[in-house]
Design a binder for this molecule. Structure first.
Ligand code: C2E
Ligand code: MG
Ligand code: MG
Ligand code: MG
Length: 279
């Protein structure tokens, strides 16, 4: 059930597995083995500038090929990794691996290439996320802070304590950018946009998938884009699958798009070829 990098890539057992306690225990047991045996890899999905088609950056997305069940969706195993605390080490690995890869692409292709990494709220709040170590790692790679985007969700900002604020501020001081992922699906409180220094809003794919002229989703996308621009933020639309969606978003002034229309998430070698062919 696990072939290719595109849609429908995950094994179909997972929606059932993640629901019951037994399934979660099995995932946890296998996750610990997976960590120790380094079964995780990162795939990279291009983020494209809508007006020009230029590849602006990539989002790193973790992939786990289970020895017997094939590819398992992060939507199934990230929650288990969060509950068990495994997410801290996993997220640390994602950050180091993604930035190492990005440094290679910056040297070989785009000198202003950016890499986005998803940071779970559990990971962000844990003592395990040592931002000093992250900054040291970037220095060792010779990467400027602004070459990295941290994708967080409203869930993190909702119960942001002093520790979270300080980490966000430390990232900002180092130039690291912040994207608000899945925007519109959480407890979207506009006060977050005022209180926190954010660079990108990512419009959730649920608003993009049914986009059409004169639809409610179109109205919502337009409103988000206008608001974001007035606040000085850039907008990325997630889950762009058709040219019609791309055109509507472009007309609404959306800055960037990400989705199967441009490319599914790719293995590193495939992404290198994609970058080379899009130059
Ligand atoms: P996300 O950060 O919102 O990532 C976007 C998801 O949309 C990815 O799913 C991507 O494969 C999928 N996608 C991209 N283009 C399209 C499209 O055109 N149509 C549709 N229907 N889907 C598209 P993926 O890779 O399965 O990841 C799911 C979620 O798991 C991510 O959502 C993120 O919340 C989490 N995740 C993935 N990798 C990591 C990671 O390294 N760390 C953490 N903490 N979370 C991760
Ligand atoms: Mg994301
Ligand atoms: Mg998202
Ligand atoms: Mg700002």
């Amino acid at each position: 059930a696990a072939k290719g990098n595109g849609r429908n890539q995950y094994c179909y057992f997972t929606p059932i597995m993640q629901q019951d306690a037994h399934g979660r225990r099995q995932i946890l047991r296998d996750l610990i083995v997976a960590r120790d045996q380094q079964q995780f890899v990162l795939h990279y999905q291009p983020v494209v500038e809508l007006a020009t088609g230029r590849v602006h950056k990539a989002e790193a997305l973790i992939r786990w090929t289970h020895p017997t069940m094939g590819m398992i969706s992060p939507a199934a195993f990230i929650p288990v990794a969060e509950d068990s605390g495994i997410i801290v080490g996993m997220g640390d690995w994602v950050f180091r691996q993604a930035t190492r890869q990005s440094a290679l692409w910056r040297t070989a292709h785009h000198h202003d290439f950016q890499i986005s990494v998803n940071v779970s709220p559990v990971q962000f709040m844990a003592e395990g996320l040592d931002h000093d170590e992250w900054l040291t790692h970037l220095q060792q790679l010779n990467l400027p802070g602004h070459s990295v985007v941290v994708e967080i969700t409203e869930r993190l900002l909702m119960d942001a304590n002093v520790d979270v604020r300080n980490k966000l501020l430390a990232f900002r001081d180092a130039g690291i950018q912040v994207a608000l992922d899945d925007f519109g699906t959480g407890y979207s409180s506009l006060s977050y946009l005022k209180k926190f220094d954010i660079d990108y809003i990512k419009i959730d794919q649920s608003f993009v998938s049914n986009l059409g002229p004169d639809t409610d989703d179109m109205a919502l996308c337009e409103a988000i884009i206008v608001m974001a621009h007035r606040l000085g933020l850039k907008v990325i639309a997630e889950g762009v699958e058709t040219e019609a969606q791309r055109d509507l978003l472009l007309r609404a002034g959306c800055d960037y798009g990400q989705g199967y229309l441009f490319s599914p998430p790719l293995a590193a070698e495939e992404f290198t070829a994609f970058l080379a062919s899009s130059e």
